[in-house]
Design a protein around this ligand. Structure first.
Ligand SMILES: [Mn+2]
Length: 271
């Protein structure tokens, strides 16, 4: 009856299978939380997604930026990127079923003790308002005209939050902050997409999102991925789980009952 959370898989199927066997994952009794970015950049995105689809009753996954990219590519509203490794999914015979499953996955999931999200919880929006906004976004992802919706919410702007933004702009900001956020501007709290350097020696005008308001009005721990250069971190309020498997480092599982960490080494190095 154990509950585990696993970091960004990004098509690293072999490592994912090794990790599951190392923790003795039993789909009929155990539960798996996945922080999103199931696919892309890595070698076997289709195999990863097929495993997740098959075991969907034993797991919860939130959507990451690469998963939304896949939805947009399948819908034909996002242009290919030269680094994509999702063509096997796009041409799979059961692609429609896999995509429908992904469309049904939330941006934020909560249980009694945890909040699961790909990149983070933006610290300057009321949490319940953000959850409601994300639920509304999920309704749109599930709707028949989701392609048109993805086209509208795909883009960097607005990079700041303001309650007076139009509903569409609010949704775009919610998608970007839950799936792409790392650093915020210290003064305006806008999202920074540019800085790619050291996490702990960052420029003064930037602050990691989770340091803005370390005591979020939440009694739950935030479980997130997306930030490979941050690596594994566990504090009283959050757990960061992207340990850069696709970049030649490790894939990490954390047992949420006893906080035991299990890792496997990456098979290949994309760097
Ligand atoms: Mn990501």
């Amino acid at each position: 009856m154990a509950k585990y959370v696993i970091g960004d898989i990004q098509g690293c199927h072999e490592e994912f299978m090794q990790l599951l066997s190392k923790i003795n994952f039993n789909p009929s009794t155990d539960t798996l939380y996945l922080v999103g970015d199931l696919v892309n950049r890595g070698p076997q995105s289709l195999k990863v997604l097929q495993w997740i689809y098959k075991h969907q009753d034993s797991l919860v996954t939130v959507l990451g930026n690469h998963d939304i990219f896949l939805l947009g590519r399948y819908a034909g509203v996002i242009k290919p990127d030269s680094y994509d490794t999702i063509s096997d999914i796009l041409t799979a015979s059961n692609a429609a079923k896999l995509i429908d499953y992904l469309r049904s996955c939330p941006l934020i999931f909560q249980d009694e003790n945890h909040v699961l999200v790909h990149a983070g919880i933006y610290p300057k929006i009321d949490f319940n308002y953000l959850v409601a906004l994300c639920d509304f976004i999920s309704d749109n992802f599930k709707s028949a005209d989701y392609a048109e919706f993805i086209k509208k919410i795909y883009g960097n702007k607005p990079d700041f939050w303001d309650e007076t933004l139009s509903p569409l702009k609010q949704m775009r900001f919610a998608v970007n902050s839950t799936t792409r956020m790392r650093f915020l501007d210290t003064h305006t709290f806008s999202l920074d997409y540019k800085y790619k350097g050291e996490v702990f020696e960052h420029p003064h005008h930037l602050i990691p999102w989770f340091k803005v308001n370390p005591d979020l009005p939440l009694s739950k721990k935030i479980l997130f991925g997306h930030w490979a250069s941050l690596g594994f971190l566990h504090t009283s309020t959050f757990i960061a789980l992207d340990t850069g498997c696709v970049w030649g480092r490790k894939l990490t599982a954390l047992n949420l009952d006893n906080f035991e960490i299990t890792q496997v080494n990456a098979q290949s190095n994309l760097k």
